[in-house]
Design a protein around this ligand. Structure first.
Ligand code: DAH
Length: 335
């Protein structure tokens, strides 16, 4: 009987190798593996074998059945994988297009500003958006009853925690952290409790600048900011400085540039003034130096701050600030 088993194994091997389509495989299954197939027949014959040989023969038969079944399963699975797959691929179909994202218009404007200041030797620093009264107001020389501390403007989180209303507190953190010379820009988000409209939003971005060293003068301030204006708005842009007041600088100025839409004649954008206000600046107040532990007799410096949204709106012709935060792809796609 052992010989019969061996012969059947060889036959099955050959027949399985020859079975090349689904019909042949099915008849192979019927001939060898079905309940009345050749392997089952041998199991039946086992009953007539001498009892002392049955365990050994049974083992061989079981092994035969497993081997044939496995070889058969493998071939069926292989065939099933090959054919339908090959037929499902249509090489003539056009590929799927990849939709690449793009930088947000505010990021584009900010990146351009950063690269101008970095090329002039400024580093980049940042600070927390949740601030305390000391950094946002007190160290910047705001008197205790200054209206900017009013609930109308500031989002207070608790008695002493608030959302920063400007990026100027980062000046304080940078100066407390380092000894002069300091030359850095500080971009970031700021928050104000304003009525939301096309012109103002509860969140916007500012870019702060600070340069402190021995012998820094107002002409350094002018030279740096005029160079920035020429690079950012074009070499022929006209500008003017108008005196103003900030608690943390003395003297202080607002800088205006000639309206780039009407060239100064007066239009809707500049509200017929011919000029657009683009930033505030000034020489760091000695009281600010005192609060960060710099010697006001030894060091001087200038600071400036500008709103990114306002500049991006002027630059890109956007007339509603809220568009920046809605993430409507129809808007974003245009930049
Ligand atoms: N912090 C001011 C604001 O939010 C902007 C500003 C003005 C910053 C003058 C400065 C500066 O550093 O010197 O309106």
């Amino acid at each position: 009987m052992l010989e019969q088993i061996e012969t059947l194994r060889q036959q099955a091997e050959q027949d399985l190798a020859a079975a090349s389509d689904a019909a042949a495989l099915e008849s192979f299954r019927v001939v060898y593996l079905a309940r009345k197939g050749k392997i089952a027949e041998l199991f039946d014959a086992l009953r007539n074998a001498p009892p002392d040989q049955r365990p050994v023969l049974g083992k061989h038969l079981n092994a035969l059945r497993t081997t044939v079944q496995q070889a058969f399963d493998l071939k069926v699975a292989g065939g099933a994988q090959d054919r339908p797959r090959a037929s499902k691929i249509d090489l003539s179909l056009p590929g799927r297009s990849v939709h690449a994202g793009s930088r947000h218009p505010l990021t584009q404007v900010l990146d351009e500003m950063k690269s101008i200041f970095v090329s002039m030797g400024f580093g980049i620093a940042d600070g927390p958006e949740v601030e305390d009264d000391y950094h946002n107001f007190e160290a910047l020389n705001f008197p205790p009853d200054h209206p900017a501390r009013d609930m109308q403007d500031t989002f207070f989180l608790s008695r002493n925690a608030l959302l920063r209303t400007h990026t100027s507190p980062v000046q304080i953190r940078v100066m407390k952290d380092r000894k002069p010379p300091v030359r850095a820009i500080m971009p970031g988000k700021v928050y104000r409790n304003e009525a939301i409209s096309a012109r103002s939003y509860c969140l916007f971005h500012q870019l702060e600048g600070l340069h402190v060293d021995e012998g820094v003068t107002f002409s350094d301030l002018k030279g740096t900011l005029i160079s920035f204006i020429r690079q950012f708005y074009g070499p022929n842009t006209k500008y003017r400085f108008r005196p103003t007041f900030f608690p943390f600088t003395e003297p202080s100025a607002d800088i205006y540039i000639s309206c780039f839409v009407c060239g100064g004649k007066g239009c809707r954008l500049c509200k017929q003034a011919g000029w657009l206000e683009i930033l505030g600046c000034g020489m760091v107040d000695p009281n600010v130096f005192a609060s960060v532990g710099y010697d006001p007799e030894k060091y001087t410096g200038y600071a400036f701050g500008m709103g990114i949204e306002r500049i991006a709106m002027l630059r890109l012709g956007i007339d509603d600030i809220r568009l920046f935060y809605e993430n409507d792809v129809r808007f974003l796609n245009q930049f």
